[in-house]
Design a protein. Structure first.
Length: 85
């Protein structure tokens, strides 16, 4: 299980919600919640922030390391091949 998944499950359970209940509140599928919790999928930053807001987590989900890495993937400079001469 990923750090994001562990945090999501801990916050969901602390809120007294089942996966289907959280899915309904977050307007997403229960299978997505399950995949996030089990580390089979990592949400994009928008989804992580949305879940954070739904669970009133104060940034705990958006701040997990794997989510932060996903934030910066688009910031990488694209490398080009050297011209063949």
């Amino acid at each position: 299980m990923s750090e994001f998944g562990q945090t999501l499950r801990r916050l969901r359970e602390a809120a007294g919600l089942s996966q289907p209940q959280l899915a309904r509140q977050a307007y997403m599928s229960q299978s997505s919640i399950c995949r996030y919790e089990n580390g089979k999928q990592t949400p994009d930053t928008t989804t992580a922030q949305h879940l954070d807001d739904v669970l009133d987590a104060g940034g705990a989900l958006a701040a997990t390391p794997r989510t932060r890495r996903r934030l910066h993937r688009g910031d990488r400079t694209r490398r080009t091949r050297p011209a063949r001469g």
